[in-house]
Design a protein around this ligand. Structure first.
Ligand SMILES: [Zn+2]
Length: 342
């Protein structure tokens, strides 16, 4: 097969050269003579030229179909595009998250029922496009008043999850602060510790529902790749966010009356305490682990000592407390939340 293909390529190249010379010759003759006979022969040459192009195109499509190792003969190759009609559908779902501003209307899913249409040239691009995983929660954000009321109710039971620097006076350490490095916004509160060895403790009574204590930081190239995807999407996909948490613990506090289902997250831990296990009850104030910087830029460069801080989140009914509020409102909500905290 290879030899035949090489032979065909050589013939094609030869034809191309001879056509080139024929063209030159025709131009020359045209310049000198304009008799009917010459014009007739030129017409004949033009017809031969067109036939030559058609033949060479047929060969070229044969050779391109033959490049992937396939046992299918050239006559069966025409039906090959029908084997990949799902590709355009995959792409349409992957570029259609509601949080992606450039989302285009979803193509008609019935496209798959016309497999005879060959995929167009963009679908043939072998480079994989990022596939965002977006959890759609069709939920109205809380109003400022609702967030304040929930914060006030929770404030009677809550304890500070860390005794490190209070984040309340620093908008950049509170929810809704931009996090441009990952094309997203902060959903939690950062307690900066400036040194290793500080504990993170449960903010409320609850139960451990997710424990990641064996996290391995990506190297900086791998981390950059994840952040590149976020930049392309103009949003932080959930899997990227989870990667950036490092070691982390999720505590479920159940449904708090007049508030809703409350969950807290403790991230960037250097380590999780061994007695924090999925399913086990945890008391407010109980230590969950050591605060570190796992999942951060420094850790991706092998430095586990720079800027250790607890990234702490409080979610009510699947939304972080203060979602959608202004910086000033957010600050007041969290001031209220910790007003009574010990
Ligand atoms: Zn944070």
């Amino acid at each position: 097969m290879k030899k035949i293909r090489h032979g065909l390529r050589a013939i094609r190249r030869g034809l191309a050269v001879s056509f080139h010379w024929m063209k030159k010759w025709v131009v020359k003759i045209l310049g000198k003579l304009k008799s009917g006979r010459v014009l007739l022969s030129i017409a004949a040459l033009a017809v031969a030229f067109v036939i030559g192009i058609v033949v060479s195109q047929a060969w070229s499509s044969d050779s391109s179909d033959g490049t992937p190792a396939s046992s299918a003969g050239p006559s069966e190759a025409d039906s090959e595009p029908t084997s990949s009609p799902s590709e355009p559908d995959d792409e349409s779902t992957s570029t259609d998250p509601p949080t992606t501003p450039e989302a285009t209307p979803a193509p008609d899913p019935s496209e798959g029922s016309s497999p005879s249409n060959p995929p167009d040239s963009t679908d043939a691009d072998p480079a994989p496009t990022p596939t965002p995983v977006v959890v759609v929660l069709d939920q109205e954000p809380q109003t400022y008043q609702e967030a304040l009321e929930d914060a006030a109710r929770l404030s009677f039971d809550i304890v500070w999850p860390s005794a490190c620097m209070s984040p309340i006076p620093h908008p950049d350490l509170l929810p809704n602060a931009p996090r441009t490095y990952r094309s997203g916004i902060h959903q939690g509160v950062d307690f900066r510790c400036f040194a290793r060895g500080h504990p993170a403790v449960a903010a409320l009574d609850g139960r451990a529902v997710l424990v990641v204590g064996n996290y391995e930081d990506p190297d900086s190239d791998e981390r950059d790749l994840l952040l590149d995807v976020a930049a392309q999407l103009d949003a932080t996909p959930p899997y990227t966010l989870l990667t950036l948490y490092g070691n982390y613990v999720v505590l479920d506090h159940g449904v708090v009356p007049d508030v809703g289902h409350v969950v807290t997250i403790y991230a960037h831990l250097e380590s999780v305490d061994p007695d924090i296990r999925v399913g086990d009850a945890v008391q407010a104030g109980q230590r969950v682990g050591e605060i570190g910087n796992r999942g951060t830029h420094a850790a991706a460069n092998g430095d586990f000592y720079t800027d250790p801080h607890l990234h702490w989140e409080l979610h009510i009914d699947n939304q972080y407390l203060g979602a959608g509020l202004t910086a000033a409102e957010t600050r007041f909500v969290y001031t209220t939340l910790f007003a009574e905290a010990s």
